[in-house]
Design a protein around this ligand. Structure first.
Ligand SMILES: [Zn+2]
Ligand SMILES: [Zn+2]
Length: 298
């Protein structure tokens, strides 16, 4: 059954189902919150990492996240940015760190200047422009790397890596004191291990899947990817024309995803959550078993 409008969607008024959804998802040990509806608003939140990917219209839960990664300049992904910064300032929180494609960095700076003129507040934040392949150390144990995505305007995806210091194999049998002595004598006893934890695509055609530079995206523990269209009423060609991905393309690339979990987002508002769930259930079993959907608000 096709959803005509929000008011006709009975689920919208069903308190028990909205209460259930507000609990959010748990994907590979990470709580995930936020919402993502194509053309309306996208903000995907990993509260345990203090991170939000895109800001949508700035849902309340996004405000407490320290790091924000913006994929591109469409308003359903960036519209709430000034509110995010202003509200953090109002609550006396630390200025956030915001990553944007370098191609829109100057526009974002101008946007904040216009708001400063109107609002007479500082709108403090740290803005970092990213290019494909750029890396940035977020914390001692986390870094981000930007990857190429394929949308109708300049866009970027982001991979979050965990960074750990591991004891080198040759010292594995030594005691704690022996290792300490070695370290004091200037020997490098550890090496750095990085592993891709979360990849976020923002809006893109499925071309990012076959980009040879994007192998880590397909290895990330969790791949958050858009799947705007899920049924035969909308063709792959239509999805591609608007810079989006069709669920059937994800299915046809099933063998490429080494991810522990896929989290699908950005479904068109034409679908109900039941329609999305049944489309996912019909994916190849190797994918359906590890695919989650962010259905909040559908
Ligand atoms: Zn979008
Ligand atoms: Zn877009």
């Amino acid at each position: 059954m096709r959803k005509q409008s929000t008011t006709e969607n009975v689920d919208f008024f069903d308190k028990s189902s909205s209460a259930k959804r507000s609990v959010g998802l748990l994907v590979e040990g990470y709580p995930v919150e936020g919402l993502s509806i194509g053309g309306q608003e996208t903000c995907v939140i990993f509260p345990s990492l203090r991170m939000a990917f895109d800001i949508g219209r700035c849902p309340q839960r996004a405000i407490s996240q320290h790091y924000l990664f913006i994929s591109h300049g469409h308003l359903d992904h960036i519209g709430g940015l000034p509110m995010y910064v202003a509200t953090r300032g109002l609550y006396g929180m630390n200025p956030p760190t915001i990553f944007v494609p370098v191609s829109i960095k100057e526009s974002v700076e101008r946007l904040f200047n216009v708001h400063r003129e109107m609002d007479r507040s500082e709108l403090k934040h740290k803005l970092i422009g990213m290019n494909v392949g750029d890396e940035f150390q977020i914390r001692k144990d986390l870094k981000v790397k930007a990857f190429r995505t394929y949308h109708v305007i300049p866009s970027l995806g982001y991979i979050i890596y965990s960074v750990k210091q591991k004891l080198k194999q040759e010292y594995a049998t030594l005691s704690g004191n022996e290792i300490k002595e070695l370290r004091f004598s200037g020997v490098e006893v550890t090496h750095t291990m990085t592993s891709p934890e979360i990849a976020f695509t923002g809006d893109t055609t499925s071309d990012f899947i076959v980009d040879p530079d994007n192998t880590d995206v397909l290895k990330a523990r969790i791949l958050v990817m858009e799947s705007t269209f899920v049924d035969n009423a909308m063709s792959i060609e239509h999805a591609r024309e608007y810079g989006h991905t069709h669920l059937s393309e994800i299915s046809s690339h099933a063998d490429k995803f080494q991810n522990k979990a896929l989290l699908l987002i950005h479904f068109s508002a034409r679908y109900t959550s039941k329609e999305v769930e049944s489309a996912i259930a019909n994916m190849p079993a190797t994918l359906a078993d590890r695919t989650y959907a962010l259905l909040e608000g559908l």
